[in-house]
Design a protein. Structure first.
Length: 277
């Protein structure tokens, strides 16, 4: 037997005896070997799972959005008409507190912009000779003016504070902001009889209907006795609701009007993402 063959025969038993004599290092060697094999396998599998840079599925086209019409409701319309109760489209506000209702009614009654409506109504009523007892000329206009101002103040507090505080109604006007002209107009007019509760649920607008009726009844206390008829009271009641309904329509379209007048562009209808080409 050659020397090399003899060494090969002794190599196997010698290696086995060494492993048996020191099992712990051999076990660690085997565990390290297994860990390295598993890590190599997992890394190769994760590398194969990742898409190639040239894979079209790994590339996503950025979403294209339509420019947003950012004009919001302002506190005054043209700096003249009070607009404190209007809420911009898609704006979510916390429930309206009783204090906030009182503040809004006060702003609508005593802000400098609140003088426009009584001034216009006083001139209109004088032209119609609505109350002959007031006479004519400047003195008559003064009488029409203070009566109209008191009418508006009482109506504001009844509609925006007293009744809604008792019925837990939200007195703010929430702009629809989307849809065609007739849809938005119909929505605005319907707010004279439909509103939200403080919890955000739709409900009958008792604040508007009952509050305006109560204000018309209270006005009989300071008008001439000949004007204190049921017909006149009903007429004043209807006029108050009609003015508020027309104001809702103006509030609905005011952001669009404001955008067209002062930005020179057609307002965008929405800001929804457009589909990928």
């Amino acid at each position: 037997m050659s020397r090399s063959s003899y060494r090969q025969q002794l190599a196997g038993p010698l290696l086995l005896s060494l492993l048996l004599a020191a099992p712990l290092p051999a076990q660690q060697v085997l565990q390290a070997t297994n860990i390295s094999i598993e890590s190599d396998t997992s890394s190769s599998s994760s590398a194969s799972a990742q898409p190639l840079p040239d894979d079209p599925s790994a590339q996503t086209a950025p979403a294209q959005t339509t420019p947003e019409h950012t004009d919001q409701q302002t506190s005054r319309i043209l700096g003249i008409l009070p607009n404190f109760r209007a809420v911009s489209a898609n704006q979510h506000l916390p429930p309206q507190s009783v204090k906030e209702k009182f503040i809004t009614a006060s702003e609508d009654s005593f802000d400098y912009s609140s003088l426009f409506v009584p001034v216009a109504l006083a001139g209109y009523n004088q032209l119609r000779n609505n109350t002959p007892e007031f006479g004519s000329g400047g003195v008559a206009y003064g009488r029409y003016l203070w009566h109209s101002a008191v009418d508006q103040t009482i109506e504001n507090y009844m509609v925006e504070f007293v009744v809604p505080a008792a019925t837990h109604e939200d007195t703010r006007y929430y702009t629809l902001g989307n849809g065609g002209f007739f849809k938005r107009t119909g929505y605005a007019l319907s707010r004279a009889v439909v509103t939200r509760t403080d919890s955000g649920k739709p409900t009958f607008n008792a604040a508007e209907v009952i509050g305006a009726g109560a204000a018309a009844g209270i006005s009989n206390l300071y008008y001439p006795s000949r004007e204190r008829t049921l017909a006149n009271t009903g007429q004043n009641w209807g006029v108050d609701i009609g003015i508020d309904a027309a104001a809702f329509v103006l509030k609905e379209f005011w952001p669009d009007i404001n955008h067209a007048l002062f930005h020179g562009q057609k307002p965008f209808k929405d800001a929804t993402p457009s589909p990928n080409p």
